[in-house]
Design a protein around this ligand. Structure first.
Ligand code: FES
Ligand code: FES
Length: 241
């Protein structure tokens, strides 16, 4: 650019401005011309696309060989199921119940407790747990306390069984029954027949048992009401009578 001559300090004259502008435009045009010429020139685009796809198909030879192994199948017959109890499975036993000779038809699975309650109607014998854990079903077999839910009825053949119904004589409660009644040695009473049968056997052996002997004897009886002490006091009252 030419050196600027300023009419006034720091100012361009109109003529100087136009002259400088012409130089700038002329220079720019000189640079742009080759570019414009290039733009006007026909453009030849050569595109060569060669796509080559190679697909290799391998076909395996089909060989079908079927070998069927020989299998030995053993068919096991299902286990035989015992036929349900029929009339022919019913047995007849003879025993003494509360002093009376009885002929009783029983099924093989029946317990002594079931036979007393369901067949003979002696429902004073209670069934609490039905598995030998509570003592409610205690009866006397040949004078000894037995859990009737744990004894099969067929095992009671030729024995003498005493239940709570057999303790009263001619309508009179036994001394122990009377003492339990008088001293309120029970609450709900569900365990009481079993406890009375146990205590009857104990008193027959020890007319005046100690507290420790009673605790040992009644240990297998569960009283849900917790009437143990009033019951043992009743047994003490009945002792010796
Ligand atoms: S019912 Fe027999 S022991 Fe409980
Ligand atoms: S008095 Fe109720 S369970 Fe013994």
């Amino acid at each position: 650019m030419t050196k600027k001559t300023k009419g006034k300090e720091g100012q361009l004259s109109r003529r100087e401005f136009l002259r400088d502008a012409g130089l700038v435009v002329g220079g720019a045009t000189a640079v742009a011309m080759p570019l414009l010429a290039a733009c006007d020139s026909p453009t030849t685009a050569t595109t060569t696309a060669t796509a080559t796809t190679t697909v290799t198909v391998t076909t395996a030879p089909i060989t079908t060989v079927t070998t069927i192994p020989t299998t030995t199948v053993t068919v096991t017959a299902p286990p035989t199921v015992d036929p349900p109890a029929t009339a022919s499975a019913i047995s007849t036993i003879e025993l003494t119940v509360n002093g009376l000779k009885r002929l009783v038809q029983i099924e093989p699975h029946q317990t002594l407790a079931d036979m007393l309650r369901d067949t003979l109607g002696l429902t004073g014998t209670k069934v609490g747990c039905d598995r030998g854990a509570c003592g409610a079903c205690t009866v006397l077999v040949n004078g000894k306390p037995v859990l009737a839910c744990m004894m099969l009825a067929i095992e009671a053949g030729e024995t003498s069984v005493t239940t709570i119904e057999g303790l009263a004589v001619k309508g009179e409660l036994s001394p122990l029954q009377q003492a339990v009644y008088d001293h309120t040695g029970y609450q709900c009473g569900f365990c009481t027949p079993g406890l009375i049968m146990e205590a009857t056997a104990l008193l027959a052996e020890k007319p005046q048992p100690t507290m420790e002997e009673m605790k040992a004897a009644f240990g297998g009886h569960i009283c849900r009401c917790g009437a143990y002490y009033s019951f043992m006091e009743s047994v003490t009252l009945a002792g010796g009578k």
